[in-house]
Design a protein around this ligand. Sequence first.
Ligand SMILES: Cc1cc2nc3c(=O)[nH]c(=O)nc-3n(C[C@H](O)[C@H](O)[C@H](O)COP(=O)(O)OP(=O)(O)OC[C@H]3O[C@@H](n4cnc5c(N)ncnc54)[C@H](O)[C@@H]3O)c2cc1C
Length: 417
Amino acid sequence: MRFSGLRVLREGLTGNKGWQPHWRDPEPKAEYDAVIIGGGGHGLSTAYYLAKTHGMTNIAVLEKGYIGGGNVGRNTTIVRANYFLQGNSEFYSHSLKLWEGLEEDLNYNVMHSQRGLINLFHSDGQRDAFVRRGNAMAVQGDDAVLLDRAGVARHLPYLDFDNIRFPVYGGLLHPRGGTARHDAVAWGYARGADRRGVDLLQNCEVTGIDIENGAVRGVQTTRGAIRARKVGIVVAGRSGQVAAMAGMRLPIESHVLQAFVTEGLKPCIDHVVSFGMGHFYMSQSDKGGLVFGGDLDFYASYAQRGNLPMAEHVMEAGMTLMPMIGKAKVLRSWGGIMDMTPDGSPIIDKTDTGGLFIDCGWCYGGFKAVPGSGFSLAHLMATGQHHAPAAKFRLDRFRTGRGLMDEEGTGSQHNLH
Ligand SMILES: Cc1cc2nc3c(=O)[nH]c(=O)nc-3n(C[C@H](O)[C@H](O)[C@H](O)COP(=O)(O)OP(=O)(O)OC[C@H]3O[C@@H](n4cnc5c(N)ncnc54)[C@H](O)[C@@H]3O)c2cc1C
C-alpha cells in the first residue's frame, strides 16, 4: 500500500475502505539472523536500515508493549543539528540530512516541519558561547544565524524582552531545526521495516539473554525463546536493566523527563523557542497546543510520570519568558524514562559479548537522532565496523576517561546533563 495525494482523494471518495494495516502481526520464528530488543524509534530505524541498506531481512524487533508506546511517542518532537563538540556535531548533522529525505524514503508523512529553532541568550558570556556554537555548526556545514535583540524581536515579538532578571540579548537561529510528528516517525519506520520482511513482535518482552562461550545465542521472551547470533539492545530508559541480563553494568542512570501541552490555540508561535536561563523550550503543535519541555527530575527513577516541583519550574520559566502563555490552560503532562550517560552523549557500540550490540544514552535528545542512530547501528551490526559519524560513541570512554563528549560542560554527573 503506497500513500499518495491521489490515493487519499480516492479513499476519501469511496468511504476509506481500501486502507490496510500498516504492518503484519506475525508469530515469532524460532530463529532470526538478528533481533533488535526495543520497538522505539531507534530499534525500528535500526531494523529498517538493516533491511534496506544491508539486505538483512530475516530479523525481528521485539517490543514489550506496543509500537510507539515508549519515549518515541512521548517526546516534544524537536529535531535539530546544533551540537558543538566533534563526535556529536557530525552525527547530528548526518541525522538531520536523513530527516530531510525521510518522508520520501518512507513514503510516509512524518510532518517534518523545519520552522526554525531559536536559542535565546541573556548575557554577554552566553552570547560568546552561542557565537562559538554557531561557528562550529557552520564548520560542520549546518546553518546558524546570530540574531541581535532586534533580530529576535522580528521573529518572536511576544517575548518579555525587558525582564529585569533575564533580559533577552539575542539568539542563535538554526533555520533547518524544527519538529516532526513523533508517533508518525515510529509508524513510518515500522511500516517500512515490515514491508521489507522484518517481523515486528509486540507484547514480546525480553526476559533473558542467552550467552554461550562469550557469544550471544539468542533471547528468552514472554513469547518463547528466539535464537539469533546478532542481538541489539535498543531500549532507552530500560538499558541498564536489559544490559544486566547479559551481565553488563552500564554507565547509565535513568531519570524522568516531563512534558506539558496546553489546550489548542490559534497559530501564534511559529518557531521552536528555547530559554537560555532555565531549562524551558516551547513549540506549537499542528493541533494548536503549546508544547513545553523542561528539565529532568534530578533523582534516578523508572517511573513514567514526573513530579510537581519540576512542573512548577517549567511553568515559572515559561511565564518569565512569555507572560502571554499565562492565559493558556495546561491540558496534560506526561513523563518518559531517560537513559542518561555521565557526559550526556550516547553510546553505539559492540560489547564484550560476541554478537551483542548496544545503542543507548540518548537522554533527552534522542528523537532527532532516530534516523542517524538506526543508520549507524545497522552499519555496525551488518559490517562490524563503526559508521564514521558515530565512531566516537564508544562504551569504553567511560572506563578510560578518554574521548568524553561533555556537550553541556557540566562534568561527569548524570543528572546535570
Ligand atoms: C518528555 C520528553 C521530551 C523529549 N523531547 C525530545 C525532543 O524534543 N527532541 C529529541 O531529540 N528528543 C527528545 N526526547 C528524547 C527522546 O524521546 C528519546 O531519547 C528517544 O525517543 C529514545 O529512543 P527510543 O525512541 O528508541 O526509545 P523508546 O521509544 O522508549 O523505545 C525503547 C523501547 O524498548 C522497549 N523495551 C524496554 N524493555 C524491553 C524489554 N525487556 N523487552 C522488549 N522491549 C523492551 C520499550 O517498551 C520501548 O518501547 C524527549 C523525551 C521525553 C520523555
